[in-house]
Design a protein around this ligand. Structure first.
Ligand code: CO
Length: 221
């Protein structure tokens, strides 16, 4: 086994000792439970750890990450995280955070085959189709990729809002806010796309859900 592997375990002991020196009750309190105010949906890229980027600590952000920070409505993993965050943890904010130079977005913009992942990239290619006119007009490939990253985040914000999970929460408690951010790995700074949604009215009518009605026979009405 290589030294790097063992260094991870050593680091854990050191970090824990440092935290205990600062606050002897740190882990006692942490073990009592979590009450994060934020659900983070980010890219799996190793350069985007939610806590480090936002200067937050353990227990503050509930996290879901996948390639290119996608909100795919048949993804049971994402839906379970979203449902738990909204209905149990009752987070106030959902942040979809993409990043410039995203490999997943770049791959989706190309015509190359990458294997199994092509099926995941399809969801991103669908976003390109929605913004084709605007994106095709950008001649510089780097600039087009940056814009594709941004519009993909905006679409994922809408995809969060289209879920019955979020719409029911809005009816019940006028929250959570759903935000779109892009992280610039080159500067370390976050760009707020100002695409925040908290109301049905910002969504196209076709995506509005009425209250779920179930009759006594158990069938949908
Ligand atoms: Co990425």
């Amino acid at each position: 086994m290589d030294n790097y592997y063992f260094s991870l375990l050593d680091n854990n002991v050191k970090v824990t000792a440092r935290q205990l020196a600062e606050d002897p009750d740190y882990f006692v309190n942490l073990a009592k439970g979590q009450k994060p105010k934020v659900l983070w949906i980010g890219c799996a890229d190793s350069r985007l750890p939610a806590n480090e980027i936002t200067g937050t600590r353990q227990g503050e952000i509930f996290v879901h990450r996948n390639i290119a920070n996608m909100v795919v409505h048949s993804d049971m993993n994402m839906l379970s995280v979203l449902d738990y965050a909204v209905n149990v943890l009752k987070v106030d904010h959902i942040i979809v955070c993409g990043h410039y130079g995203c490999g997943g977005i770049a791959a989706a913009m190309s015509n190359k085959q990458f294997g199994l992942i092509d099926n995941w990239l399809r969801h991103i290619k669908d976003v390109y189709r929605l913004y084709k006119e605007e994106l095709d007009d950008i001649e510089d490939e780097e600039a087009r990729l940056c814009r594709f990253v941004e519009v993909n985040v905006i679409e994922q914000v809408f995809d969060v809002c289209k879920t019955s999970i979020v719409q029911n929460a809005w009816k019940e408690r006028k929250g959570p806010y759903v935000h779109g951010w892009v992280y610039d790995i080159g500067t370390g700074l976050i760009k707020d796309l100002e695409a925040t949604v908290r109301l049905d009215s910002d969504l196209t009518q076709i995506f509005h859900f009425q209250n779920l009605l179930i009759s006594t026979t158990g069938t949908l009405e």
